[in-house]
Design a protein around this ligand. Structure first.
Ligand SMILES: *Cc1c(COP(=O)(O)O)cnc(C)c1O
Length: 423
């Protein structure tokens, strides 16, 4: 039996209707921006394996750091204990994050980073004896699949089976070009009519919605409105963090700073699952009390896993090298060129670029759904050509590992151009 055949006997995959889905491709090896399947077919990983892998597959520098940590202290509980890798990660992040971020809380994945932020926003007001229970989020947001993260997410088929079982979330429009005022007004209106605890957003780029982009000035204004009304702001940088937007964090473009930041995905260079939620001193202080009931009673068994921390430190080291920063600029310049070329095509609605993120919306005769027929046709075309791209409806995006070569990137562009001709 092939791996693919054995898989269908035992495994249940994410976001997959097993009755209609094609069998998964069994990958046996990865190096740099490339993957090889069990039959030896080569693929270019143009989406960095769901946005986690900036420095290439099987990266030796991170692997060495992990091995060294595994053979020194692989894990120790974080309740009542601490260790140098966690402290070093905290010191490093506080140095590179927006200046108001002062406290670091560890968890395991993007959803839990968001879950922690939402629970903190709600308990912050509980601890202050204020009744504030509504969370504000953007339309078409994606914040993860655990319950509070799912409640904040606005992509309906991810959440439709659970409607009526969620915490209170009110949605406002994304301030894309031309819709800024509508978004500001909606936010003011929600704050006036609900007891709002927090506003969670994907800063500048909504990933799962199809790399929908909006301007830093608009986000600054929304944060300002929240600050004036003492509503806590949560920047979900799970996708945008660690260089994807061209700066270390998307919030580096924004003149206002958030109260909390969620990090995961590229945090460990795509090696070990880990996440972090960061806070201002002011948020932390609302939990700092003689009363034990005011503590944050949230934790995960593998909190601050030393091996994950070692991977994170090695990843941040790599990100900060001149070579990696030059890679990010090279890919950005290349995307901008491709955008200029492709946006004139009659089948293209719009193309957009920020940092290493590129997206193009393709014209479609019918209303395209998230996992609709055009999406399937495009996906299969790309896989056939040996390029891993996962379109969202009629939107094709590229989010390459930063080490992707110009030649590999050229092949990705060419394949997208061919796909546009094909559909
Ligand atoms: C992927 C993602 C999450 C969820 O992270 P998981 O590790 O999949 O739980 C949350 N927020 C954003 C913006 C994401 O892109």
């Amino acid at each position: 039996m092939t791996l693919t055949e054995k898989d269908s006997q035992y495994l249940w995959h994410p976001y997959t209707q097993h009755k209609t889905a094609q069998a998964p491709i069994a990958i046996s090896r990865g190096e740099g921006a490339l993957l090889w399947d069990e039959n030896g077919k080569e693929y270019i990983d143009a989406i960095a394996s769901w946005w986690v892998n900036p420095f290439g597959h099987s990266n030796k520098f991170i692997a060495d750091a992990i091995y060294k940590q595994l053979t020194t202290l692989e894990h120790v509980l974080f309740g009542g204990f601490t260790h140098e890798p966690a402290i070093k990660v905290a010191e490093k992040l506080i140095e590179i994050l927006p200046k108001n971020q002062q406290k670091i809380f560890f968890s395991d994945n993007g959803s839990t980073a968001v879950e922690v932020a939402i629970k903190v926003a709600l308990q912050y007001f509980f601890n202050k004896n204020e009744r504030r229970t509504t969370i504000i989020a953007f339309e078409n947001a994606f914040h993860g699949d655990t319950f509070a993260a799912m409640a904040a997410s606005g992509i309906s088929f991810y959440t439709q089976a659970f409607q009526g079982m969620f915490i209170d979330v009110v949605r406002i429009p994304v301030p894309v070009k031309g819709k800024e005022e509508e978004s500001f007004d909606a936010l003011k209106n929600v704050i006036e009519n609900h007891n709002c605890a927090g506003f969670i957003f994907e800063p500048l780029v909504q990933g799962a919605a199809g790399m929908v982009m909006y301007e830093p000035e608009a986000l600054a204004k929304l944060i300002q409105i929240c600050s004036e009304n003492k509503v806590l702001t949560i920047a979900d940088e799970v996708m945008t963090g660690f260089g994807k937007t061209g700066k270390t964090f998307a919030m580096d473009y924004v003149s206002e700073q958030p109260d909390m930041i969620c990090l995961s995905k590229a945090l460990t260079g795509g090696t070990i699952p880990m996440a972090i939620t960061t806070f201002t001193q002011e948020v932390f202080d609302a939990f700092y009390d003689d009363d034990i009931n005011k503590a944050l009673f949230h934790g995960h068994t593998f909190t601050a896993n030393p091996t994950g921390c070692a991977a994170a430190l090695a990843s941040i080291d790599l990100l900060e090298t001149d070579e990696m920063q030059a890679n990010i600029e090279r890919i950005n310049a290349s995307h901008l060129n491709f955008q200029k070329k492709i946006e004139k095509h009659s089948k293209v609605i719009i193309a957009r670029t920020l940092g290493v993120i590129f997206a193009v919306e393709i014209k479609s005769d019918s209303e395209e759904s998230y996992y609709g027929s055009m999406r399937t046709k495009l996906y299969n075309f790309f896989i056939d050509k040996g390029v891993v791209l996962r379109p969202v409806g009629n939107i094709v995006y590229i989010l390459p590992p930063y080490i992707m070569t110009d030649e590999q990137l050229g092949k990705v562009y060419q394949t997208i151009e061919e796909a546009i001709e094909m559909v």
